[in-house]
Each structure stands twice: as C-alpha cells, then as structure tokens.
Ligand binder design. Sequence first.
Ligand SMILES: [Fe+2]
Ligand SMILES: [Fe+2]
Length: 314
Amino acid sequence: MNRTVLFVDDEPNVLNAVKRLFQDEDISVVTAESGEAALELIKTREIGVIVSDNMMPHMNGIEFLERSKSTAPESVRILMTGYADMQAAIEAINRGEVYRFLTKPWRDRDLVDTVSAAVDRYNVVTALKTADEATLLSLAQTIELKDPYTRGHCDRVAHYALSTAERLGLTGEDKKHIRQGSWLHDCGKIGVPEAILNFNGPLSAEQMDVMKNHSRWGAEVARLAKLPDPVVSIILNHHEKYDGSGYPQGLKGGDIPYLARIVAVADFYDALASDRPYRKAMAREKAFEILIGSRSTCVDPDILDVFVECVRGM
Ligand SMILES: [Fe+2]
Ligand SMILES: [Fe+2]
C-alpha cells in the first residue's frame, strides 16, 4: 500500500496548512514549491497521488501534471484551481490528464475526502495489476468495509451468478469472468463519498448521480489495471436494465452484454434480500416476488427463470 501524497504549490503557507490538515490522517504528505522541483522529486520516489496548484510561475499546474505522466503514469492527479481557471481544469479532466479538481479556497473535509479517495484508487489500480484472485477478493472486501451494509454482498453475488451461469451451460473463461466481475462490480464505490454510501434515507437526485458514477469509475479502474474486457464490461453494465431504463448507457435487452445480464440479476436479488442503510432486508420469498415482478423490465426473463430455479433451492 502506498499512501504518499505530493502537494505542489508555490505558496509555502498553503503547503504548511495542508501538512497540518493531514497530520492526523493515515496519509503521508510530501511537498514541492514548483513544478520543476516536483518533477525531480517524482523521479526518486513513488507517489500515489499528486495534488497541484494551477497558478504557479514558470510552469502552471496543468502543464506540470501533464509532464508528470511520463515519470509517474500510475499516480492519480488532482488539480487545485481558483474559480477563474475552472474551464481549463474541466478541459484537463476531459483530456484524461486529471482525475478530479478542487477549487481554492478548499473546504478541509472535501480536500481530505477527495485525496483519500484518490489514494484508494491508486492502490486499487496497483493491486489489480497483479490480478491474482486472492487480491481481487480481498479488494472487493475492502470496498465492502467502507459500505458495511453490503458486507458479503460481492461474494454472494458471485455465488448466485456462478450457479446461474453453470445452469446456463457457460464454461471456463466465462465463469472466471463472471466470478471476477461479480467480486469487483461495485469497486467504483471507492469514488463515492462515505456520507453518500451510508446515507440513512433515500438519496437526493444529486447524491444519486454521484452514486450512479460507480459503474463507470469501476470500469475505468479495471480497464487501467488491464483486466480482461468481459470483466470490465460486467462492471460497466451491471446496472443496465432490460427495458433500457438503467445506467450508465441505457442499453436495452440483447444489447446489454450477456455476462453483465447474469450478474445484474444476482446483484438485484441480493440488494433486495439484504439490509440497506434505509431499510431492513426483506424475506427471501418477498425478494423473489419482486424480482419475478420485474421480469422484462429490469432483468432478462430467460436468465431470470434459470436464476430462480437455482437460487430458490439454495
Ligand atoms: Fe452497483
Ligand atoms: Fe452491487
């Protein structure tokens, strides 16, 4: 695990404030007062997250972050920016140079949350690169720790989805992809603030939008880690619905990749059958009733039949 964050700012006051802010966090802070100094520093040590001010003499933050990519390709980059150059920050994000931006002056809580999420993301990507199954599973469990209501969720989803896949006649590689995709389907939740994950009530539309990003973020992380395409696809598409009302793309019916359709049924069922922050688990039969009621709207009807056959008997 690498929990080192490099802050780059030409104002020593800012760097001191940041050091104070992080002294009680499980994160070690290193600093540099210019882009040039920072580029030297990243040659000599591995940095998980780089946070840079934008308005600096000689080399601005966007240029520095772009240049840091060749030395530290895996580091997660965050840009600090005043309102004045917000547009430039958004463009940098769209070009994929920067993971997030933060506006100055920052709110302490936002800075700590964003940096912690970036540190997690860095470690997830590096861990996924080794991609042995034990690492994948322990990673899935780490994410569940953040969201106590889903403890065991990924494992159960894998279990249900695998039995269904077997009954559907899938073999070898497909089954392996289903297992890994199920374990990691919610790994994008590392990007969702804990306050939203554990919110005690239905989410507002805005909070829901943040939550909905988890499938894209997760797929992006898996892609960066070079996991097999079918695994990335399961993560990306596990919230698509059969009638096209799901996310992120609103795919419909057979356009939703097959393996993702299988995992989606298992995920939906387990979400009904386990405790959520805002409601208790329903009885199994009630969960099956709702699941069957969503035939053809939420889930693939053929997969649903096989799923019910397998899982009801468990
Ligand atoms: Fe999910
Ligand atoms: Fe899930």
